[in-house]
Design a protein around this ligand. Structure first.
Ligand code: SF4
Ligand code: SF4
Length: 55
């Protein structure tokens, strides 16, 4: 299980990148979640202002 990114909804604001406690998210031209690093804590899902992330 890893966080899914709805790339059509994501605005690239990078709030998720700042919120992730293990730096598993990198936002460049699109949002990428490192599946090996992510601990499925759900913090980024709660922080995304446009609900582009889901577990
Ligand atoms: S679920 Fe937690 S660990 Fe995984 S990308 Fe989101 S904030 Fe980071
Ligand atoms: S917080 Fe949401 S909208 Fe902002 S970069 Fe992350 S996934 Fe995209």
């Amino acid at each position: 299980m890893t966080v899914k990114v709805d790339k059509a909804t994501c605005t690239g604001c990078a709030a998720c990148e700042s919120a992730c406690p293990v730096e598993a998210i990198k936002v460049t031209d699109k949002t990428e979640v490192n599946e090996d690093t992510c601990i499925d804590c759900g913090t980024c899902v709660d922080e995304c202002p446009v609900q582009a992330l889901s577990l």
